[in-house]
Design a protein around this ligand. Structure first.
Ligand code: NAD
Length: 314
């Protein structure tokens, strides 16, 4: 599964310390850990922009599904990009797929990678265990980045010995379409790491923005309280969810209403984020629990993905 020859590994390790202290890291080889919704999207975009990618997940079955999803998504991209040139579209899909290899063993592939992007389950302990292990196997110059939406990047960085080469790289769903990447700098992230990640984001065709390691970064810090306010407005009986959605689409120009967006993001995910913030700052009125959100999650109504949330999708 390893895609880099021993010779490359040797040359990387001998020159890595000097290179790391001399200039920004030009990311060419990327390891994406977690082949779910986000990881598959990140792998796809990285491969489509000329990077060599290893996608890692727990089983071959999951990886086969990720690969199939990537292929389908690439076909849609290619259909638009090469509307008049079906042969070009096929070549683009085949070339991009050939740049993605897969593995179920992250430790065995990170020795030759410039950047590890972690997009596994949103659990601090599981992520910390992964980073701690990979820290021992990755090359000296390798940058570690987490795509976490709600966990502190500093807590993750502290599980490694490379806090200066650790940052947040927060993509948005669906990754192939959403242009934004939030690049999160902890107090320990070096300027070189930060700038290397800005360059990498631009190389993916994304627009990076910078943010400190603060709960929710920029987008979720503004978006989640807004979504909660919409639920509270409805809970107080002041307007229906249908009218709130219509109002925000027609009055504020938002592409989706807050309840539609909640169902799209996932009610379990939103509750997880809100609960985490409430734990950090229990007096903040914006972070107070929402009874109707909790009720739907307890009933396993997670939104679009489960067939029902605030709306029904069956
Ligand atoms: N879903 C979103 O809209 C969104 C947006 C931005 C950021 N994020 C963040 O991205 C991360 C992933 O989210 P997702 O929605 O893609 O989740 P997901 O459940 O779709 O995928 C997670 C994948 O990680 C794999 N995995 C779990 N533990 C692993 C391990 N130890 N090693 C290798 N693979 C492992 C799982 O098998 C699964 O395929 C989370 O941290 C989440 O907060 C999600």
């Amino acid at each position: 599964m390893a895609f880099v020859t021993r010779q490359f590994v040797r040359s990387m390790s001998s020159s890595s310390t000097a290179a790391a202290s001399a200039k920004k890291i030009l990311v060419k080889h990327v390891t994406v850990i977690g082949g779910g919704l986000m990881g598959a999207g990140i792998a796809q975009v990285a491969a489509a922009t000329g990077h060599t990618v290893v996608l890692v997940d727990q089983t071959e079955d999951i990886l086969a599904k990720s690969r199939k999803g990537i292929e389908e998504s690439l076909r849609k991209v290619a259909k638009k990009k090469f509307a008049e040139n079906p042969k070009g579209a096929d070549e683009f899909v085949a070339k991009t797929l050939s740049s993605i290899s897969t593995s179920t063993d992250a430790a065995s592939v990170v020795h030759s990678t410039d950047l590890v992007v972690e997009a596994i389950v949103e659990n601090l302990q599981v992520k910390n265990e992964l980073f701690k292990r990979l820290d021992k196997f990755a090359a000296e110059h390798t940058i570690f980045a987490s795509n976490t939406s709600s966990l502190q990047i500093t807590s993750l960085a502290n599980s490694t010995t490379r806090q200066d080469r650790f940052a947040g790289l927060h993509f948005f769903n669906p990754v192939p379409l959403m242009k934004l990447v939030e690049v999160i700098k902890t107090p320990m992230t070096s300027q070189k790491t930060f700038e290397s990640l800005l360059d990498f984001s631009r190389a993916l065709g994304k627009h990076p923005v910078a943010c400190k390691d603060t709960p929710g970064f920029i987008v979720n810090r503004l978006l989640v309280p807004y979504l909660m306010e919409a639920i509270r407005l409805c809970e107080r009986g002041e307007a229906s969810k249908e009218d709130i959605d219509m109002a925000m689409k027609l009055g504020a120009g938002y592409p989706m209403g807050p309840f539609e967006l909640l169902d799209y993001v996932g009610l379990d995910t939103t509750k997880f984020i809100l609960d985490g913030w409430h734990e950090l700052d229990s007096k903040n009125p914006l972070f107070q629990p929402c009874p109707s959100l909790n009720k739907l999650v307890a009933e396993k109504k997670f939104g679009k993905k489960s067939g029902e949330g605030f709306y029904k999708y069956k």
